[in-house]
Structure formats: C-alpha cells, structure tokens
Write a new protein. Structure first.
Length: 542
C-alpha cells in the first residue's frame, strides 16, 4: 500500500513539471536577474533618441513610464530599450522615470532632458506713436513666464500687462511739442532680458499738402491725411453752378499749420489749391527760423523774387507756396499745384530779342510805321489790323505772320497805345508799341501738361533758358513770368487758343513782352488785367 502511494506522488510531481515547462511557469518560479547598462539617460533640448542595453536571464522584460506618449516614446528591442524624446520648447528641465521589470525584479531608469533657451520676441519690434497719442497693443511671444517694467514715459505713457493673453497695452497722451520723446520697456524672463523702444513723434512744425501728379480722388486725399494723423474737421459742397468750389478741412499734426483746407471741383481729377493757417508767435517765429530754411531746402523749394502775392513765394516741382505773416501774430499758407516734370523737353535756341530790342526797348517810341518797316525787313507779313471803335480811329493792334523763322516764331502781335482808354496819352505816343506778343509754333518748346486737365506749366528747360539770359522768375495769379532787372523787361508766357479757319483750333505758346510803369524799382504790381482777354480775342483769324 505504501509503495502504491509513493508511486502516485512521483507521478503527480512529474506531471506538474511537464505542465510547468510547457507553459513557462518554470521561469517565474526561478529567481530572475535584471541588469541595466545605465541608470540615467541625459538628452539635449532638441528631438533625439538613445538606446539602453538590458540583460535578463528570463529573456523578456517590460518598460513603462507615466510620460510615455506625452514627450517620451519607449520601444523594446531584443536586448535594448530605445528611448525617443520630443523637442523641449520650455526653458525648464523635464524628467521622467522609466520602470523596467523582469519577473519579480523591477528597476528604474531616470530620463532627463535639458530646457530650451529662453526666447522673447515682440510684435511690432519697435513702436512709433503719433503726436496725437492713443492706444497701441504689443504682442509678446515667450516660451516661459515673463514680466515687463516701463522705463521713462513719466506723465505721458501708461502701460498695462496681460501675460495670460501675451499682450502689453500702451496709452500715450498728446505730444504738444515739436520734439519727439521716447521710453523703454524692459522685458525679463529668467536670465533673459529684452528692451523695446517706444517713440512718440513730435508735432510737425512744417508740412505740405498731398502731392497730386496724377488723378486724385477725394477718398484718396482723405486716406492720405488720416494716415499722417490728421482729423477731418469740416466739408463744404460749394456751389458749382456759381463757380464756387467745394472744400474739405483737416486738423493736422502741425503746430505751425494746425488747419489745412483743400478746395476742389467734383469730377475734375484733383484739387485746385490748399490753404493753411497757424496762430501765435510760435508759428511766426518758426517761419523766420533756420529750421524753415532747412525745410525749404529739403523739399527743393526756390524763392520767387519780386512776387506779387503779398507774401514770400516759393516753388518746387510739386507746389507753388505762398507764406504770409499778419501783424506778426498769424501765418497763412497757400499752396497751388505745380506738377512735377517727368521728362526733358526741347526749348528755343535763344530768346527772340530782335523785335523787342528794336521796337519795345528803344528810347524813342516806335510807331506803326516803324513796325511795318522792321517786319518787312525781317520777313513779316501783315495779316490784320484792328482800330478802336471811337471817332479817333487809332490803330490798336496788328497781327504779323512769320514764315520759316529759324527759332520757331509763327506770329507777332503788336498792341499799340491808343486814346480809347488812355485819355492822358501824349500825342507823340499814339499808335506806338506798348506790348509785343510772340506766338511760338510748338507748344512744348515753352510748356508741358500740368497737374490738372487742361493746365499747362512752363518747362524747366525754358525756365533755365530765361535764367541764362539774365531773367529772374516771378509769378502772377498762378502764372510764371520772367523779369530782367537791368531794364525792367518782362516776359510772360501763356497758352492761348489759335483758330485758323472755321474748325481748326490749337493751343499755342505765346510770350508776352512788355514794360510797365508799376515795375519801376523792382516793385512789380501786376500784369494789366486786360492782357489775357485782349490776347485771346486778338490771336484769332476767322
């Protein structure tokens, strides 16, 4: 009986051993060994991977970490553990513990990744606030917590921090000085320090209206003024039927010209003129200061001598500017478009002075007969004469045609002194030369298109020609004239309509030559008002 029991027990043990070997229970029952090649793995801030050698007598093992899938990836290989880390964008160091088990043996592996460099950036990178002040936001991008302090800006600049939104809000008061001012923001994150400059512009001392070389809509003009800090202050639609233009006014950033008004006719393509004013001694002193001369130089203005505008007059390639001071208390500015010349133009080889010297500048008055004699000798042909309508029958005008002139003269019109308007004229001055009009056969020898449709401007080349022959530029009622101081001779170019036949009308350049009593002593008052109308009526051949 005892032998039977013993045999049965041996059989059970044998069966259990077979089952244990078949299902791997034998490994669990035996004592496990687990060895790691290292207990700590260090990573830089960038993305990378490393492998750790693992030795176990069981032939298999497991690895686990709470950071797996967040920034850490674990991959078991035959006898090593591959560890991959994502880039660390934060400046703080990060750590993870990896637990490795084989059977009942558990060991830990520490993974450490260094922090990124602290980075601070701002948008915008520099801040410029207009003189009018206002609010402005600054976006802060930082990979760590940050703080900001304001350095300077006492009394005119306020700052509020919103780190939860990554923003700084600034509020600046109006800068009533022409001098710019600045402050600084100090941004700190850890050991990293970043400075941001805040600049507020000063009120502009001098400014110009919007240039208008091309078609300029009202909306374009408004956008231009708003962009430089002006505020729309008024608008008048005018009365076009009565010839009164519309106007639009702005409050500007200029201490010297705080108000600026443009006048225009709707649909004309650009504005007619602009005017501004500034009150107080500050404005008066400013236009008398070297700073104003520097402003004129930087904008290429030339002073017009002998201006008849009642103030100082300046021109550049964009504007004719008139500056008037009233009782040393107020300054007025007037601006008229003086369009920029974009190409070179041909001009006369010289000024045609022969008839001027022979018939206008002679000490003795030159009569109708003297003109006829001179014209006959110089190839001129009389086309038409005009007499006054009173009983005296004085000849008041004569038109001569000039053919094949070497320097482009096409017609000469003589205006004579007569008794119709000048009752006190001396008998020996009746029918003597008063003005001479020279019609040039090519408009572009004297003029170029201006800023507005139908407008013409004297070319730079013709201006230089007049200057080279001893004439100084002057202006009258928006036009340009040239005066020779030695004998007070004036050349005043104009564009007129020349009608030949019934339908053929062309624009022609006309140079009006004359001497006027009011020019004595370089005090040019005005070209006689009847000149333009008279010439327009005269240079017409029906």
């Amino acid at each position: 009986m005892k032998k039977w029991i013993l045999r049965a027990g041996l059989l059970v043990i044998t069966l259990l051993s077979v089952v244990a070997c078949r299902y791997g229970i034998e490994d669990d029952l035996q004592e496990a060994t687990l060895n790691l090649a290292e207990n700590r793995v260090l990573f830089a801030k960038g993305d990378t991977e490393k492998s750790v050698f693992i030795d176990s007598n069981l032939g298999r093992w497991n690895a686990f970490s709470s950071e797996e899938g967040i920034w850490l990836t674990l991959q078991a290989e035959s006898n090593s553990l591959k560890i991959s880390v994502a880039p660390n964008t934060k400046p703080e160091e990060r750590k993870a513990t990896v637990l490795i088990s084989a059977g009942a043996v558990i060991k830990s592996l520490e993974v450490i990744q260094s922090g990124a460099d602290v980075m601070i950036s701002t948008d915008p990178q520099s801040v410029e606030i207009p003189a009018s002040g206002g609010s402005q936001s600054i976006d802060i991008a930082c990979n760590s917590s940050w703080n900001a302090t304001l350095e300077g800006g006492d009394g005119w600049l306020k700052m509020s921090l919103h780190p939860e939104f990554g923003k700084i809000e600034l509020t600046a008061e109006t800068n009533k000085s022409i001098v710019a001012r600045d402050a600084h923001i100090k941004l700190e994150s850890g050991k990293e320090v970043h400075f941001l400059t805040i600049k507020q512009l000063g009120m502009k001392s001098f400014m110009l209206p919007m240039p208008a070389h091309d078609e300029t809509s009202l909306a374009k003009l408004i956008r231009f003024e708003i962009a430089r800090g002006s505020v729309l202050s008024g608008q008048d639609n005018g009365r076009p039927v009565m010839g009164l233009p519309a106007s639009i006014a702005f409050a500007t950033q200029s201490l010297i010209m705080p108000s600026l008004t443009y006048t225009y006719f709707k649909g004309t393509g650009t504005y007619l003129s602009a005017s501004g004013s500034g009150g107080g001694k500050e404005a008066v002193e400013a236009v008398k200061s070297p700073a104003f001369l520097d402003f004129l130089s930087r904008n290429h203005f030339e002073e017009v001598t002998n201006s008849t505008s009642g103030g100082k007059e300046y021109v550049n390639e964009d504007f004719r500017m008139i500056v008037k001071i009233e009782n040393d208390q107020k300054v007025f500015f007037e601006f008229y478009l003086y369009s920029k010349q974009t190409k070179q133009y041909p001009t006369l080889a010289k000024l045609n002075m022969e008839p001027i010297d022979a018939l206008l500048l002679k000490d003795a008055p030159q009569h109708v007969a003297d003109v006829a004699k001179w014209e006959k000798a110089n190839g001129g042909t009389l086309i038409e004469s005009w007499t006054d309508k009173n009983a005296k029958g004085d000849i008041i005008q004569q038109l001569y045609e000039v053919k094949n002139h070497p320097n482009h003269t096409k017609y000469r019109l003589y205006k004579y002194k007569d008794r119709a308007k000048k009752t006190n004229i001396a008998p020996n001055e009746v029918e003597t030369v008063d003005w001479i009009y020279e019609v040039v056969d090519n408009l572009e020898l004297v003029f170029r298109p201006g800023a507005r449709r139908g407008e013409y401007v004297v070319t730079n080349e013709f201006r230089e020609l007049c200057t080279s022959e001893g004439f100084k530029m002057m202006t009258r009622q928006g036009g340009v004239g040239f005066m020779r101081e030695s004998d007070l001779l004036l050349a005043y170019p104009q564009v007129m309509d020349l009608k030949m036949g019934d339908n053929n009308v062309e624009h022609v350049a006309v140079i009006m030559w004359f001497k006027h009593p009011n020019m004595a002593g370089n005090n040019i008052s005005a070209i006689p008002e009847e000149a333009s109308g008279l010439l327009r009526r005269s240079v017409i051949k029906k």
